[in-house]
Design a protein around this ligand. Structure first.
Ligand SMILES: NC(=O)c1ccc[n+]([C@@H]2O[C@H](COP(=O)([O-])OP(=O)(O)OC[C@H]3O[C@@H](n4cnc5c(N)ncnc54)[C@H](OP(=O)(O)O)[C@@H]3O)[C@@H](O)[C@H]2O)c1
Length: 320
């Protein structure tokens, strides 16, 4: 079968379409004939050699996919091996694609929506007491025009959250506003910490979804209100998060880690998330934002879009 192979550590130039052996499903797994796959920042990091736990190249790339298994259209999540014509997928991490959706939408769903759901859950906005409850709930979403960002905006709208989001582009922010974002902050034009201070009359936000790392971890914590929570789930800048935890004392703030790789091994949590997500989907509330659809042969171009911040929402690769 054909697959997108990370041939060695590096940028998009290390990707090659190669013939590889078909995967053999072990117990608890099933074979899926892949029709489309979703590209994630984690795939870019895996090729660069910066993703924790990834095997050494050569390695078949890819962690989310949509295709047919026993005649059903399913979408699924893996750690790698998904950018191939066939994937041996964990049955527990396969979900039915809702009626009316095609393979492209299915391929754009799992990582973004489960991650965004868990970010709101960890922030205390879903299913549990939130120490910040009682006042209007506000969240700052970094990379709001990206895959996880656009999914978070759709969920935040359903939860009635006041949302503030950062992006490098006014055009991208205008598109996210159509999804329900109330306050767009172009960080190329304005310091987001100042903007949050102004827009919230100095009160700050109840949660920040922080995936940038470097100085942004501390800056994001400074955007929090009393008892606010920073949900840290990435470091797109490639820099180690800088945070003096003494910053947290003054307002009872906290920092929470979020990693879907880890959570995906917790069946109860995944089924609780799926119950809510599938209910919203069946009511027609969730629509994956897909900015680019490219053939599998253009995998390198797709990786470039994401690593250079030129994507809007999800970049999808088509296999059929
Ligand atoms: N922990 C987890 O389980 C988990 C799961 C999914 C994703 N993530 C993390 O969440 C983040 C978003 O992932 P995604 O797949 O949805 O990607 P994405 O947001 O669709 O794409 C990345 C976006 O980040 C913004 N960005 C800001 N600084 C950047 C930089 N230095 N380099 C590249 N992009 C930069 C860009 O948007 P603007 O130009 O508009 O700012 C870019 O479009 C990543 O850090 C990823 O590792 C973590």
């Amino acid at each position: 079968m054909k697959a997108v192979v990370i041939t060695r550590t590096g940028g998009p130039e290390v990707l090659e379409i190669r013939e590889v052996a078909d995967p053999a499903p072990s117990p608890g797994h099933e074979l899926v004939r892949v029709e489309a796959v979703g590209l994630n920042f984690a795939d870019v990091m895996t090729a660069q050699g910066g993703y924790p736990g990834a095997p050494k190249p050569p390695l078949v790339a890819g962690r989310e996919f949509c295709g047919k298994s026993d005649g059903r259209l399913v979408m699924g999540y893996a750690q790698w091996g998904a950018f191939a014509e066939r994937v041996a997928a964990r049955s527990a991490l396969l979900w039915p694609v809702p009626a009316g959706w095609g393979a492209e939408e299915g391929a754009a769903f799992p990582v973004n929506y489960f991650t965004a759901y868990f970010a709101f859950w960890k922030a205390g906005f879903i299913g549990g007491p939130n120490p910040a409850a009682g006042c209007a709930q506000r969240v700052l979403i970094h990379a709001v025009a990206g895959g996880v960002g656009t999914a978070a905006v759709q969920i935040g709208k359903l939860l009635g959250v006041e949302m503030y989001g950062t992006s490098s582009s006014d055009e991208k922010l205008a598109r996210v506003k159509e999804l329900g974002l109330q306050h767009g902050i172009n960080y190329k034009q304005r310091d987001y910490e100042d903007a949050i201070k102004d827009l919230t009359q100095g009160q700050g936000v109840d949660a920040v979804f922080e995936m940038l790392g470097g100085e942004h971890t501390a800056k994001s914590v400074r955007c929090l209100s009393d008892f606010g929570r920073a949900i840290v789930y990435g470091s797109a800048t490639g820099q180690k998060p800088e945070l003096d935890t003494r910053l947290l004392y003054a307002k009872g703030a906290s920092v929470h880690g979020l990693w879907l790789t880890y959570l995906s091994a917790k069946p109860e949590l995944m089924s609780q998330a799926w119950k809510q997500l599938s209910s919203w989907m069946s009511q027609g509330h969730l629509h994956p934002a897909i900015g680019h659809v490219l053939p599998m042969e253009k995998a390198a171009e797709a990786y470039r879009l994401l690593s250079e911040g030129k994507n809007f929402g999800k970049v999808v690769l088509k296999f059929i």
